[in-house]
Design a protein around this ligand. Structure first.
Ligand SMILES: [Zn+2]
Length: 157
């Protein structure tokens, strides 16, 4: 059963589409779900570029080709949401109606993917990479909002 999603899509200046709260959201409320067909990394050769933009890691080699609105969540280095139970976006703090909802892409990134960040927060790391590369204090901050599989992936390295 899909959950009732608490966000709407809106164009953001310079960042493309983003997701915004339909109402005030309390800390730990589930906001949206990453759902869609699953694909394994070995089956990805030749998939179109627009599909790459929809991939959401749910294990080291497993991805969901995620649908809107969740797939439009922008990254922030000072996010107000994180990931719980692998596929749900949940509030890390109270969020106001019409506030943009963001999460830190590093909590679901295991490979060498990198992105230049211009999120504008004072905590901005400028280059966003994988979970293993996050400083320990940031890992602690995201502790309850980080998928279990990526913490496991970290331990085996
Ligand atoms: Zn940033």
């Amino acid at each position: 059963m899909p959950i009732k999603e608490l966000v709407y899509l809106k164009e953001t200046p310079g960042m493309g589409l983003g997701i915004f709260a339909v109402r005030d959201i309390e800390k730990d409320e589930v906001i949206a779900e990453f759902h869609g067909p699953r694909i394994r990394i070995e089956n990805m050769e030749g998939i179109p570029h627009e599909v790459w933009d929809h991939l959401f890691n749910v294990d080291i080699c497993d991805y969901i080709i995620a649908r809107e609105p969740a797939v439009r969540t922008n990254h922030s280095c000072d996010p107000n949401a994180g990931i719980v139970k692998d596929v749900f976006l949940a509030a890390m703090r109270n969020i106001k109606k019409d506030e943009e909802v963001t999460f830190d892409y590093s909590v679901v990134t295991v490979d060498d993917w990198q992105m230049e960040c211009r999120c504008g927060s004072p905590q901005c790391r400028k280059i966003i990479g994988n979970y293993a590369g996050l400083p320990d204090d940031i890992k602690r901050k995201y502790k309850n909002y980080t998928p279990g599989w990526i913490k496991g992936a970290q331990n085996t390295q």
